[in-house]
Design a binder for this molecule. Structure first.
Ligand code: PRX
Length: 648
């Protein structure tokens, strides 16, 4: 492969605001450099020290065993319990009266649980599970709306040593069935329904459909939320509130081995079956705890709102395990961002005095589309830190976030990581790092990342290539459930001694990383390899564009030609003049080479259920071929149909 060209030039710098810096956990570049160096030179001492900030039931005897690489063992010999780390350790101090969860339902109902209350509920939930015969080593599917019981269910499983496999509530019955079967799960925790855009999403009905023909699931525990009518299978189905009324609130946490399974979380490969990513207890908890503390600069009185669903890794690490291990207060919201109005998110920020807000670029682009007059109606003065995750953030979306939500006062942490990495890998540290729109900036502690060429040689500054991680880290995946070979092949196959999971990147001469998107998405125009993300960012920098997805389609002359799918802001009516204007805009901004040969306007783009644009499907549409790949993660099938209809 020749290098990926680098065409996006971003010269804006944002040093950490002085006010933020003066009170942040780490506030000098020298402190970061010192800690980073220590973490890379001697990871065992570094991580041994961090791990010992957590309460272990039995101390570990060895920090890392990498002799079976790429299968790591961290904190060997140690025993701990993730729910005890998130709850029990905060109960003995004055932390017990502190709020753990502030929850808001879509209809506007709210609920607050202190650490003492959450502890009690989790103990009772754990006894409910035990009472149904669920035990250490079992695997339990959680298919829940964003209600406190979702977090409680995760922690209750962890408490008794059962692994959870959370399946996002938007997945279909078939996807749920596949995941239940793959994990050989014996119980499902769900709810009758959930409120979404003013309607009821019937979760229990989907579970019933998923379970037809399956015999392994002995228990379905149903939390009553929406009070919708549900079908009932006697002997298998149980109302949570019935079981709870008989459950004791005393439940000692199981002493788990550091390498015992904590959870499975499925992620879609671009081809083939979804992969059950394996995370174990000790290393994952250390990674989630440490990253939440430093990246979000967590303080005693922070109110932290991560808008992800618990069905994604972001929800696991930064709604549940990371913040709670730090004794923080979190916000959970059940519903849609535009119900009952487009200012709902900002209303919640003001109402609950949110100080840290962590969301995804897809959400930010949606807010941009709705217009800056919406957040302008809210105070947003409690916010002190913003974050993004999930995709590269287009620099103009970053600027919009900075101006309209952060009011030019809050640092933004653009955090790069993956389901597989378990916790944040590349990120600014908010009191230290000068940020640049579009860059995730620098490696976090213990993360040895590099940009390499096809042969695995490190590339000089400003050359785009493969993003690899060269050393094991505590929260790394331990494998793919039931498929050792696929793990080795998928992540360690290309470079053998270095972890590679599909992303391209470049490092600039200041040492900042710029993620260029999936290498599978790279387009080759006349022998130049272009990152789709950079062309998209150029389109999004045009005032009339809200979102753009760029793909290559076969072209006899140039190998591939650039085809862009564009969604306009607000009430802009797309026409040929705008099409020509956008083509020129890209040519002017980043060069003629990147000028799209074709621009198609569209009301919406096909996205995964977690909001990532599915360029793979757009490639088929651009080339005029039928989609053959896996579409089970597509959020809205009608988008594909509409895009195809536009062609005709
Ligand atoms: O391509 C990268 C992109 O999301 C992928 C991981 O997706 P997932 O496992 O669903 O986890 C998302 C939440 C951690 C990565 O391989 N990605 C994630 N964060 C960023 C990003 N791309 C660019 N910048 C980011 N900050």
């Amino acid at each position: 492969m020749s290098d990926i060209e680098n065409v996006l030039h971003e010269n804006r710098f944002f040093p950490p605001p002085r006010e933020f810096q003066s009170q942040s956990r780490l506030s000098s570049e020298a402190a970061y450099q010192r800690m980073y160096k220590a973490s890379i030179d001697d990871p065992e001492t570094f991580f041994g020290r961090v791990a010992n900030e957590l309460p272990w039931m039995k101390p570990f005897t060895r920090v890392l065993d990498w002799s079976q690489a790429p299968f790591a063992q961290w904190f060997v010999g140690g025993q701990l319990n993730a729910s005890a780390i998130c709850l029990d350790q905060h109960i003995t101090t004055q932390g017990s009266a502190k709020r753990a969860i502030i929850w808001e339902g879509e209809p506007g109902d709210t609920r607050t649980l202190t650490y003492a209350e959450l502890h009690l509920e989790v103990c009772r939930f754990a006894n409910v599970l035990k009472g149904r015969g669920i035990k250490r080593g079992d695997r339990v599917v959680i298919y829940m709306p964003m209600i406190p019981e979702a977090a409680m269910a995760m922690l209750a499983c962890a408490r008794i040593g059962a692994a959870h496999s959370v399946v996002f509530g938007g997945f279909s019955a078939q996807s749920l069935k596949d995941r239940i079967q793959d994990g050989a799960c014996t119980a499902v925790i769900t709810a009758d329904g959930s409120f979404r855009r003013g309607a009821v999403l019937p979760l229990k009905a989907t579970v019933d459909e998923a379970l037809t023909g399956l015999t392994g699931v002995k228990n379905v525990i149903v939390v009553q939320r929406a009070k919708n009518k549900v079908a009932w299978t006697q002997g298998r189905d149980h109302w949570y509130h019935d079981l709870l009324s008989r459950a004791s609130s005393e439940c000692e946490p199981e002493a788990m081995e550091s390498e015992d399974l904590l959870f499975l979380l499925y992620t879609s490969g671009s081809t083939g079956r979804p992969k059950g990513i394996v995370h174990t207890t000790g290393g994952y908890m250390v990674g989630a705890y440490m990253s939440a503390q430093y990246v979000f600069d967590l303080k005693e009185d922070d109110v932290f709102w991560c808008t992800a669903d618990v069905g994604w890794i972001t929800g696991h690490s930064y709604i549940v395990y990371g913040p709670l291990a730090n004794g923080a207060t979190i916000v959970m919201y059940e519903g849609a961002p535009n119900t009952p109005h487009q200012g709902r998110m900002w209303e919640i920020v003001d109402k609950h005095k949110v100080t840290i807000f962590y969301t995804a670029p897809t959400a930010i682009r949606t807010f941009m589309r709705w217009g800056e007059e919406i957040p302008a109606k809210y105070k947003l003065n409690t916010l002190r830190l913003l974050g993004t995750v999930g995709e590269s953030i287009n620099p103009e979306a970053w600027m919009w976030y900075h101006r309209n939500i952060g009011r030019e006062r809050c640092p933004i942490v653009d955090t790069w990581w993956q389901t597989e990495t378990g916790s944040i890998m590349i990120t600014p540290l908010p009191g230290i790092t000068a940020t640049q729109p579009g860059s995730a900036t620098r490696p976090f502690f213990g993360v040895d990342v590099a940009v390499v060429d096809e042969a695995g040689r490190e590339l000089p500054a400003n050359h785009g290539g493969y993003l690899v991680i060269r050393k094991p880290w505590p929260s790394m995946l331990r494998g793919i459930w039931g498929d050792k070979e696929r793990y080795v092949e998928n992540y360690w196959g290309k470079f053998k001694t270095m972890y590679f999971a599909g992303d391209g990147a470049r490092r600039d001469d200041k040492g900042n990383f710029w993620i260029l998107g999936r290498v599978d998405d790279v387009i080759n125009v006349s022998g130049h390899r272009l990152s789709t993300m950079e062309v998209e960012s150029s389109l999004v920098s045009h005032a009339k564009v809200a979102e753009a997805a760029v793909v290559g389609r076969p072209d006899e002359l140039t190998g591939q030609a650039i085809c862009a799918f564009v969604t306009c802001v607000g009430d802009v009516k797309p026409d040929d003049a705008l099409r020509a204007e956008l083509m020129e805009h890209v040519a002017r901004e980043i060069g003629k080479l990147a000028r799209p040969s074709e621009i198609r306007f569209s009301e919406a783009l096909p996205k995964t259920r977690s909001g990532k644009i599915m360029r793979r499907l757009l490639r088929d549409i651009a080339a005029g071929t039928e989609t053959v790949g896996d579409t089970s993660t597509l959020e809205d099938f009608s988008v594909l149909a509409r895009l195809r209809a536009d062609e005709e």
